[in-house]
Design a protein around this ligand. Structure first.
Ligand SMILES: Nc1ncnc2c1ncn2[C@@H]1O[C@H](COP(=O)(O)OP(=O)(O)OP(=O)(O)O)[C@@H](O)[C@H]1O
Ligand SMILES: [Mg+2]
Length: 286
């Protein structure tokens, strides 16, 4: 295992023991103003027929402990990315609470929010374009995150970014090449390097392999497994593909139309699914 220079220039964030790294409680995200009808809680449809508001997710709770991988599976539009966006403090929930490393961060804003996102959380977005600057080099994209987290010494930033780049199995001669010239699989590796650049205890992965060729998918999944084993992070991985969840996750949540319809240990849920939607999902992917 090669040594990656540690982020010594910044105060590392401490992970308290005996508490989940990430805790969501009764998270609801509503797009739109809402009305008495849909706010009452009796309406379980994702779109309110009275006011047209859409519920990205509703009453979602989850815990992720250090070293654990939680999977979220569900059809398109079921709310998976919304849950990750709340977890990454990209959006504030309409109601419910978010705890990160034991602290309530539901209403974190400004400097506190930026600090948590820089030091406590790493994310691979569903779309690499949303996360990487396409006309900036692979090294530059990773360095940008470190500079945002308070690193200042150019040589230290460059050497850590390069070590991560090669650790993500990217060719060294691509370090100074703009990511716009990279393949989909290589962009995912750059996203992973960027996410890990500040050694965050929580890693969020939104469809990390979708849109990739099967052989590229398999190699990215192997890489994620290695990252998990080496860095012992708490990981939330979102996918519409049960095979990905089966391979990575210890526990899973099944989402449908913004709601969690089933949760439990991955093996148990996939071997003996209880909810008709999970049963359909499992039988469709056998
Ligand atoms: N900014 C927004 N404004 C209005 N509705 C939104 C917004 N973002 C998401 N939604 C809606 O919220 C619901 C959940 O979306 P989300 O992106 O979380 O689903 P998903 O499970 O990640 O889907 P996919 O598998 O296609 O990525 C969808 O109905 C979506 O249309
Ligand atoms: Mg999504």
């Amino acid at each position: 295992m090669k040594t990656i220079p540690a982020p010594a220039a910044i105060e590392p964030i401490s992970v308290p023991s005996g508490t989940p790294c990430l805790e969501l409680r009764d998270i609801t995200v509503r797009y739109g103003r809402g009305c008495d009808h849909c706010r009452s809680g009796e309406m379980r449809a994702q779109r309110c027929t009275h006011c047209g508001s859409v519920y990205g997710c509703r009453d979602v709770s989850l815990d992720v402990w250090p070293g654990e991988v939680l999977g979220i599976v569900g059809e398109s539009g079921s709310g998976k990315s919304t849950v990750l966006a709340v977890s990454n403090l990209d959006i504030q929930p309409t109601s419910g609470s978010v705890k990160l490393l034991g602290d309530d961060v539901s209403s974190a804003e400004g400097k506190q929010r930026r600090r948590l996102r820089a030091l406590a959380l790493g994310i691979v977005y569903q779309s690499a374009q949303a996360n990487l600057l396409m006309d900036v080099t692979a090294g530059g994209n990773v360095a940008e995150r470190m500079l945002g987290a308070g690193w200042r010494r150019y040589d230290a930033v460059r050497s850590r970014a390069l070590a991560l780049h090669t650790d993500m199995e990217l060719p060294e001669d691509r370090f100074d090449v703009p990511v716009g010239m990279f393949s989909g699989g290589m962009r995912q590796r750059v996203q992973l390097a960027k996410a890990l650049a500040t050694s965050p205890p929580v890693l969020l992965l939104d469809e990390p392999t979708s849109g990739l060729d099967v052989s590229v998918q398999a190699r990215i999944l192997d890489l994620i497994r290695r990252i998990h084993a080496e860095f012992q992070l708490a990981i939330v991985v979102v996918s519409h593909d049960l095979a990905v969840i089966r391979m990575l996750a210890d526990r899973l949540l099944v989402m449908r139309r913004g709601l969690v319809v089933e949760h439990g240990l991955t093996d148990q849920v996939l071997e003996d699914p209880q909810h008709p939607y999970t049963q359909l999902l499992v039988s469709a992917q056998l």
